[in-house]
Ligand binder design. Structure first.
Ligand code: ZN
Length: 318
């Protein structure tokens, strides 16, 4: 029996303007910019990672900002909503903050047991701020002006849009997620335990059209593997019914990928080694970090990347 998958590890999406993306997630949502690196498959473009103070699994939202990306539109076989967890009592804070920042949002109301605010990031990516009572203690970003008690804890979960249930439900069940509630055509799956990002909602719509990936689209969602040996056990289990890639070294974690039968790209990423691998906790995200095989080209890469300014409050030197 493999170690259970407790929830999401990270969500990766596509953005356009890197500065605008960085400003929104650090200055408006108050996440920490935990890693400034490049797309390992396209080192002339950035890969940004945002999260809690440490970039803990279950809190990590990552972006490929492609300055000229045209806007995508969501369709079947895609992750259509990414939801963050905050305390229920913090929703008034978030309403006020979004108003002050001139971010349009909608009070979506109660869904199952939780209150939901819905908003879009500057590229049109649909986000939810989910207020509920059993939130985790924060590992609040030291760089943010959001008071720790109101800080985004990490993911609540994601919503997938699917035309049919069979393959997707079976895959989630194989991964240890069970249907815990449903409301209309929304089916909520949850992993055992209370880890961040342990909710996967599936909306079934047989008429849903195909989307187009672009800015504002979620590229893939990654689930957590406890370590390398657990990942290999899952590779074996999942390979019985799905086409799974070999393990790939993503520097900060190790990954396998597969497409669930409805079309959403899933990844299983290891918790270790994490973002402290190549820079100290105090200065995460402040300078460009490259994997060893790109380090020889550091200066050229830095020269061609768009210039960005991290306006986050930097921690004072000890
Ligand atoms: Zn990933």
């Amino acid at each position: 029996m493999a170690q259970p998958i407790v929830g999401l590890h990270h969500v990766t999406a596509i953005a356009s303007d890197p500065q605008r993306n960085l400003d929104f997630y650090t200055q408006v949502l108050g996440l920490r910019f935990v890693k400034r690196t490049v797309n390992f498959d396209d080192p002339g473009t950035y890969h940004f990672y945002f999260g809690d103070d440490a970039g803990s699994p279950g809190t990590i939202l990552t972006f490929f900002p492609w300055p000229h990306a045209s806007r995508g539109h969501a369709g079947a076989g895609e992750t259509t909503r990414t939801a963050f967890s905050v305390p229920l009592a913090s929703l008034p804070f978030w309403r006020k903050r979004l108003e002050e920042e001139h971010i349009l949002f909608e009070d979506t109301g109660k869904r199952f047991e939780e209150e939901v605010l819905t908003l879009r990031d500057p590229d049109g990516m649909v986000l939810e701020i989910v207020g509920h009572t059993d939130v985790k203690e924060p590992l609040a970003p030291r760089t943010s002006n959001v008071p720790a008690e109101h800080s985004i804890r990490g993911f609540f979960g994601v919503t997938l849009l699917e035309r049919k249930s069979e393959g997707t439900f079976a895959t989630l069940q194989t991964m240890g997620f069970h249907e815990v509630a449903s409301e209309g055509n929304r089916h909520r799956f949850a992993a055992e335990g209370d880890a961040l990002g342990n909710h996967i909602d599936v909306i079934l719509d047989p008429e849903a059209g195909h989307g187009r990936m672009g800015a504002g689209s979620v590229h893939h969602i990654a689930f957590r593997a406890k370590d390398d040996s657990s990942q290999l056990e899952w590779l074996e289990i999942l390979s019985k019914s799905l086409a799974v890639t070999p393990v790939q070294d993503r520097t900060y974690f190790h990954s396998i990928y597969f497409r669930e039968p409805g079309g959403v790209l899933f990844e299983l990423a290891t918790d270790p080694p994490g973002f402290g691998l190549d820079e100290p906790a105090e200065s995460l995200g402040q300078t460009l970090r490259l994997p060893p095989w790109l380090e020889a080209h550091h200066q050229e890469i830095e020269r061609i990347l768009p210039k960005i300014t991290d306006k986050s409050a930097q921690p004072t030197e000890a």
